[in-house]
Design a protein around this ligand. Structure first.
Ligand code: G4P
Length: 529
């Protein structure tokens, strides 16, 4: 048992989240370099999941083998075993990000120093804050012209509603970037731009160093002294409890590309980020060390390998130790089973795992039995982890297959993609399965759906945009939806469990429905899941 404890306490599992192009791939790559997991920069490929648009999805499609790699990576640094969970860098996939965050114990937000919290990223970062896990901020690209650091911090605080604590402070930026001042060490890590050289040396010096003016320039020295005085006087105190609950984000400035500030960040991050913590379940808090093996499904992906038409369920282990071939209990399916082809990702290699511990992520073959949020545990020790909430779709379209002979593939494709949680599908009462209404959180998902149906299921579809923006489940099970008094532009649909829902074009229509039908109970989330 004590060996298991040591293994579990070594684990640090975090999600990395950023706006496209802020430098997530570059930072991940540098972290892997420090861990010795890769030998060369530029070898992390296929990372740009849904980076801009479908073109990137297609790109990923070509590299399906390594898109797995981009989902979860494990490497060692010092005596720590680190699991990095990649998240899609586009807010249209914020639901996917949220699920990934459910599997993480902390998050790293990468922000471009020239751009700050960008419009499209706001939603993504808010999702991060919703999880109440520690959030570390890496403000990247200081080797380029950056915005004022005080403004950047103020923006993060205002936009995300969290406090910030700069762990280090930048000295200039762009051509004038001289390095950072480490507030705890009270030392300067100086940056020397080296023409054409991507990795730079750093020199240490403290604020009172008589040579400081020479090292960073008199003007920068003065600004730094003033800034630090201001920070020490005005900024929030470092409070570990606030960090733990995600209310205070430690902020680091650096430059991933030039490898500046990455290792100090990694060291501090590992010092402050928690090991796997107890998780809430139907049986109360489950201790990662004391309790036997348990895990939950946070992600499902079909057709990871087109040739094999496989479907992989990703499990976050919450407690105990997983051993290959062990018997487990699938709580929702009420069945004992063995997990097939358990895989883990060591840097770029997809390997069969023999053992894994709380904090780790494993991918297992899914014959179509798992749903997102399902619990798997040791037989005889049933627990059930809290479900993962689904986001209410905000965009709707009606889709139908072009070739009516492809009905089977169409149903299979839409159903499987819906099971992955990328889309939600609904039916109009009394209509067949050859057309469905699809609801998504971000419009890009429509394009991914269209692309995947064509490429993975060989089905062309026609898509017709629908004007609905709001979805509400009807809570009253005994109510006949046909008898409701609704505006003409409100639509009654059913989900695939047969529950009735209403689609509205605006809030006014929701109020109308509630006023005209006093018994009607609506909810924004499906309470069945
Ligand atoms: P992402 O995963 O968040 O989308 O970002 P990624 O790491 O791919 O970085 C986006 C671009 O920003 C890349 O340039 C990368 O080299 C650059 N970059 C990342 N970190 C830094 C940094 O600290 N300083 C500077 N100056 N640039 C940085 P690219 O031209 O799009 O790609 P590439 O040709 O360099 O691969």
């Amino acid at each position: 048992m004590s060996n298991d404890r040591a293994e579990i306490e070594k684990r640090r599992t975090f999600a990395i989240i950023s706006h496209p192009d802020a430098g997530k791939t570059t930072l991940t790559e540098k972290l892997l370099l420090y861990g010795g997991a890769i030998a060369l920069a530029g070898s992390v490929k296929g990372k740009k999941t849904a980076r801009h648009a479908v073109s990137d999805w297609m790109e990923i499609e070509k590299q399906r083998g390594i898109s797995v790699t981009s989902s979860v990576l494990q490497f060692h640094y010092g005596d720590r075993c680190i699991n990095i969970l990649d998240t899609p860098g586009h807010q249209d996939f914020s639901e996917d990000t949220y699920r990934t965050l459910m599997a993480a114990d902390s998050a790293v937000m990468v922000i471009d120093a020239a751009k700050g919290v960008e419009n499209q990223t706001r939603k993504l970062f808010k999702v991060c804050v919703m999880r109440n896990i520690p959030i570390f901020t890496f403000i990247n690209k200081m080797d380029r012209e950056a915005r004022d650091p005080f403004d950047l911090l103020e923006e993060i605080e205002k936009e995300l509603g969290i406090q910030t604590y700069p762990m280090n402070w930048p000295i200039g930026s762009g051509k004038e970037f001289k390095g950072v001042y480490d507030r705890e060490q009270q030392a300067i890590l100086s940056f020397t731009a080296n023409n054409g050289q991507r990795e730079v040396e750093s020199v240490q010096a403290d604020l009172d160093d008589p040579n400081l003016g020479q090292l960073i320039g008199e003007e920068h020295r003065q600004t730094l002294v003033d800034d630090i005085e201001l920070l020490d006087g005005a900024s929030a105190d470092f409070d570990m409890e606030l960090v733990r609950t995600g209310k205070l984000s430690p902020v680091f400035f650096g430059s991933a590309l030039t490898n500046f500030g990455v290792e100090p960040f990694l060291k501090e991050f590992l010092r402050l980020t928690p090991p796997p913590l107890p998780r809430n379940s139907s049986a109360g808090l489950v201790d990662p060390v004391q309790a036997p093996f348990s895990a939950f499904v946070f992600k499902i992906q079909a057709n990871m390998n087109k040739a094999h038409r496989d479907r992989v369920a990703f499990l976050r282990i919450c407690s105990g130790k997983f051993e290959r071939g062990m018997e487990v209990y699938h709580v929702q399916g009420e069945k004992k089973m063995k997990l097939l082809q358990p895989q883990q990702l060591m840097a770029q290699e997809r390997e069969i795992v023999d053992e894994a511990y709380a904090g780790d992520i494993i991918g297992v073959f899914d014959p179509g039995i798992f749903s997102i949020g399902d619990t798997i545990c040791t037989p005889g020790h049933p627990v059930q982890y809290e479900g993962i909430p689904t986001f209410a779709p905000e965009h709707f379209a009606r889709i139908r297959q072009v070739d009516t002979m492809k009905r089977k593939q169409f149903v299979k494709g839409t159903t499987q993609i819906a099971q992955e949680g990328a889309i939600q599908i609904f039916q109009e009462p009394n209509k067949g399965m050859e057309e469905v209404i699809v609801g998504v959180v971000g419009v890009l998902q429509f394009e991914v759906l269209e692309y995947r149906l064509k490429n993975e299921y060989n089905v062309d579809i026609r898509r017709e945009g629908l004007p609905y923006q709001y979805i509400r489940w009807i809570d009253n099970k005994d109510l006949d939806p046909k008898k409701l008094n609704l505006t003409s532009d409100t639509k009654v649909v059913q989900d695939f469990k047969g529950n009735f829902l209403l689609l509205f074009t605006n809030e006014w229509n929701i109020n109308w429905a509630l006023e005209k039908n006093p018994d009607l109970r609506l909810s924004e989330v499906n309470r069945d899941t």
